[in-house]
Design a protein around this ligand. Structure first.
Ligand code: C5P
Length: 397
């Protein structure tokens, strides 16, 4: 599957009741195509058996520092050298304290100390243990050391208390791990993205808009962040949360979107216009609500600026990517649009399939021809699209 980096991972499990979620996490990581080597502490083996994890991972599970199966008895070195990342889930308070202090008195802690790859941890513990200044100090130290801390979450705890300390759910962890593994193909690049619909007022309470959900644009913003880009997202009205680390500028009308884009475009490297911008606006919106009457009502509509075409025709334009939602003859109309707007890359999709849904199917049109991206969720497609952009960008610059 393109758009998803498959890796060798080490999944470290420490002693905590949340270890039951690790079996599901392992399954999800493997479903995404990763190969996972499990290593467990003694305490973890009290909560879930190595047999379960061996069965699911299809690989022997390491629990013992003195395990003679590893070549030269060097499991602590060999396991991390083959890994793209080590994930500790659950990470107990005791294990976090060990990591923060560089202790290495069992296989898993030795493995972490000897690693040459990123370390991600998912803390899980009682709320008082989590809030304890010692734990908070240790977490702060790990963050300063470059360890990625995933969670914890608040909620009902196994001990019956309620508060911070629950391990994130397996699906959330799998998503964060996959995001962390994305190659940093866009590191240092500044990307400007438009997303969502626009809203063109008719009067004080009514307006013209469309059914764009903003999901594709937001997925691209998220994928761009994962790949190391600096992201500014100029968004029409949507109910979506801004992807972490993206700078969102909220706008309503096409005119506001145009202004926001023009203010940012000078210092961006790549511009991706995903927004479904209204082609027309009401010439003179009424300041107050228009009162109903039996007479017919005519609204004069005037064309909006084509933001993408204007950016693409700047003297020194960023690498411009457009979207075309068509209801038929996708290849023909998309290629026409690409030429008309003078874009190095245009993404075509069928409007009936794309609007509002979580999945889509895209075709990328560039000078080399058409590149279909098969049906997938929008985040997977966004990653594939940005991989393509990252390949094409240096050639186009
Ligand atoms: O011409 P059409 O509206 O189909 O082109 C779609 C592409 O142009 C999309 O990338 C959309 O974001 C962009 N666009 C724009 N400003 C407009 C209309 C479309 O940026 N006024």
């Amino acid at each position: 599957m393109r758009g998803m980096k498959k890796s060798n991972l080490v999944l470290g499990i420490t002693g905590g009741i949340a270890a039951y979620k690790s079996a599901e996490l392992l399954r999800l990581l493997m479903k995404q195509g990763h190969s996972v080597q499990v290593a467990m502490t003694d305490a973890a083996c009290h909560f879930i058996t190595p047999t379960t994890l061996q069965g699911l991972s299809g690989q022997p599970v390491f629990t013992d520092q003195w395990d003679a199966r590893a070549p030269n008895n060097m499991a602590h070195i060999n396991l991390s050298r083959a890994a793209a990342a080590i994930v500790i889930a659950p990470a107990s308070a005791d294990f976090i304290a060990k990591l923060a202090n560089g202790l290495a008195d069992d296989l898993l802690s030795t493995l972490c100390l000897a690693r040459n790859c990123p370390l991600l941890i998912a803390p899980a513990m009682n709320r008082e243990m989590w809030q304890n200044p010692a734990t908070q100090r240790n977490i702060a130290q790990l963050i300063a050391d470059g360890v990625q801390v995933m969670g914890p979450d608040a909620g009902m705890q196994a001990c019956g208390e309620e508060g911070m300390g629950r391990m994130l759910e397996a699906a959330q962890l799998a998503e964060l791990i996959t995001a962390a593994l994305q190659p940093k193909l866009l590191a240092g690049k500044r990307i400007l993205i438009t997303a969502g619909p626009t809203y063109e007022p008719i009067d004080a309470v009514r307006g013209i808009t469309n059914r764009s959900s903003g999901k594709m644009g937001y997925a691209i913003a998220k994928a761009a962040r994962e790949m190391g880009a600096e992201v500014r997202l100029v968004s029409g009205p949507t109910s979506l949360a801004a992807p972490e680390g993206a700078q969102r500028v909220n706008v309503q009308s096409a005119a506001e979107m145009y202004q926001a884009v023009m203010q940012s475009v000078a210092d961006c490297d790549i511009f991706i216009a995903v927004a479904a911008v209204a082609d027309y606006r009401v010439a003179q919106p009424a300041e107050q609500k228009i009162k109903k009457s039996d007479a017919s009502l005519t609204l004069e509509l005037v064309p909006n600026p084509d933001i993408l075409a204007q950016v693409a025709s700047l003297p020194n334009p960023p690498f411009c990517v457009g979207f075309a939602a068509e209801s038929e003859k996708l290849a023909e109309y998309a290629e026409q649009k690409r030429r008309a707007k003078r874009l190095p890359l245009l993404v075509g999709n069928l409007a009936q399939q794309a609007i509002g849904s979580d999945d889509n199917e895209l075709v990328l049109f560039d000078d080399a021809g058409a590149h279909p991206l098969p049906h997938a969720d929008k985040l997977t497609l966004a990653r594939q699209l940005l991989e393509h952009v990252a390949q094409r960008y240096p050639a186009a610059k």
